[in-house]
Design a protein around this ligand. Structure first.
Ligand SMILES: *[C@@H]1O[C@H](CO)[C@@H](O)[C@H](O)[C@H]1NC(C)=O
Ligand SMILES: *[C@@H]1O[C@H](CO)[C@@H](O)[C@H](O)[C@H]1NC(C)=O
Ligand SMILES: *[C@@H]1O[C@H](CO)[C@@H](O)[C@H](O)[C@H]1NC(C)=O
Length: 471
């Protein structure tokens, strides 16, 4: 696993765009990149694959997940280059994919349908993970067993342990993030599948209530299932407020908005130590964190809530000023706060619009190959892209090429070789280069060469925006 918050920041920047006014420039093929960024999710699928599966070198896998607790937990996504189903980041991926579709789905053209399928692959599973009212599934697959082996998902035989949070051993961060994902996706399916949307929403309401009523961190509740892999460093108050924000957006029920307003101060209190995923303190910008990732939701809350308080000036604080400050902190020239007018309608948003578009496009283009190495950091996009990504299914020969079972350590030669990976995980965006623009393209450096689902998810929305802008 790695954490590169760059892509998440791009979504934030793009999420604020009112109308794009950037000059039309010919550059990358965003249509192609968009399609691939969504296709990637097919490569991460766990469970029984449908006939419509386009990434055909992947096959059925983990068909007995949940059997240790007599539940059906088949489906969902493998997190990254490993084969664990970490529901906390998986739910966040789902929330971001849904947000991408809500903001930019109408710009996706025929890819919108694929994006909906990618969301549904996760939500079908998240419904299974929460169908017992008194508990919730936090993780499927023993992370230590999994990380010790280099096996393709199709024949892994490491323990598929299910880690559950309960009333006595709660996990408010994982439950509240699942509530956020179900609420956000319920809006996505509202018009195309009313029945499904309703079941997502009613489940979101119950799961949120469970998360809020029985507060505690899954860190201590499920132990090795959470730490050190996806330890919750920033606490669970941010997920609860984030979940309530999405539930408010989905239901417009005043109690969720009240919840957000009454609890937001927890994220501002200086006694709340906010740390990033590496355990180091996160810089606060005027009391609101600039971090937005699977752990820390602060910046996302401010952006999301800003969308509805824009027309409700009496409730604009702290959300809009924090969102403004976030953008100032991201833009390279970082204007001092005094140079920005915080009008209730958010002057910065309008004044900075074309500038933000241009800034974001440069970031996207860098990822797609406009960089000193001429290297696209999306697998299968362009002519030069990473060949040795840190990803079990991609590294080990497919079932087509090698139908026989491959044992835990048997695939090591495929990991150690200098030769390219066996299978192309098209659309996977890897961790990316070092700060000096160099890239090792080595399986030994997962920070650079491992793709993760929650980085691709916001990129989907950003690419849809640029596809539309440049077509
Ligand atoms: C962009 O990519 C799409 C999909 O791969 C392809 O059909 C199209 O021809 C490409 N456009 C250009 C201008 O190369
Ligand atoms: C989760 O565990 C990590 C590592 O032990 C710790 O730093 C962090 O404070 C814990 N988070 C919560 C919310 O307890
Ligand atoms: C670039 O940075 C990486 C990672 O910090 C380092 O290993 C490498 O030596 C640096 N390369 C150059 C050319 O400075």
């Amino acid at each position: 696993m790695c954490t590169n918050s760059l892509l998440l920041r791009l979504l934030i920047a793009a999420g604020l765009l009112a109308t794009g006014t950037a000059a039309k420039v010919t550059s990358h093929n965003y249509t192609d990149a968009l399609a691939k960024s969504i296709l990637f999710f097919e490569g991460q699928r766990s469970g029984k694959l449908p006939n419509s599966q386009r990434m055909t070198w992947r096959k059925d896998s983990a068909l007995h997940d949940g059997s240790d607790i007599h539940r059906d937990l088949v489906g969902g996504y493998y997190d990254a280059g490993d084969n664990v189903k970490f529901n906390f980041p998986m739910a966040f991926t789902t929330t971001l994919l849904s947000w991408s579709v809500l903001e930019f789905g109408n710009l996706m053209g025929s890819e919108r349908q694929h994006a909906l399928e990618a969301i549904r692959w996760a939500t079908d599973y998240l419904l299974k993970a929460t169908n017992d009212p008194g508990s919730g599934v936090g993780v499927v697959g023993d992370p230590n067993g999994d990380h010790n082996c280099w096996q393709r998902p199709e024949d892994m035989d490491t323990p598929r342990t299910t880690y559950v949070v309960t009333k006595e051993k709660p996990g408010s961060e994982v439950s509240a993030e699942i509530a956020a994902a179900l609420a956000a996706s319920s809006i996505v399916f509202k018009h195309s599948d009313r029945t499904y949307s309703n079941s997502l929403l009613s489940r979101a309401i119950h799961v949120f209530q469970f998360a809020d009523q029985y507060q505690g961190s899954y860190n201590s509740s499920i132990g090795e299932g959470a730490c050190p892999f996806y330890c919750d460093f920033s606490g669970y108050m941010d997920e609860l407020i984030w979940g309530a924000s999405w539930l408010y957006k989905a239901t417009k029920a005043p109690n969720y908005w009240k919840y957000v307003k009454e609890n937001i101060h927890y994220l501002e209190s200086s006694s709340t130590v906010v740390r990033n995923v590496n355990g180091s303190p996160v810089p606060f910008v005027g009391g609101g964190s600039t971090e937005f990732g699977w752990d820390c939701k602060h910046a996302g809350i401010n952006i999301l809530v800003s969308q509805w308080v824009m027309t409700d000036p009496s409730n604009s604080k702290p959300f809009i000023p924090k969102a403004d400050q976030l953008i100032c902190s991201i833009l390279p020239e970082s204007p001092a706060p005094k140079s920005v007018t915080y009008s209730p309608g958010g002057l910065l948003f309008k004044a900075g619009s074309s500038h933000l578009v241009d800034f974001t496009r440069k970031q996207v283009d860098y990822i797609l190959g406009s960089n000193p190495l001429g290297m696209s950091y999306m697998v299968g996009y362009g002519t030069k892209f990473p060949q040795r990504i840190h990803h079990r299914a991609s590294v080990v020969p497919s079932m087509h090429k090698h139908p026989q079972h491959i044992q835990c350590h048997e695939a090591e030669p495929y990991f150690k070789t200098k030769a390219p990976n066996q299978n192309l995980l098209i659309g996977a965006v890897v961790g990316g280069p070092a700060e000096n623009d160099t890239f090792e393209d080595s399986r030994y450096d997962p920070g650079q060469s491992e793709p993760v689902t929650y980085n691709n998810a916001p990129f989907v929305g950003v690419l849809a925006f640029f596809k539309a802008l440049h077509s």
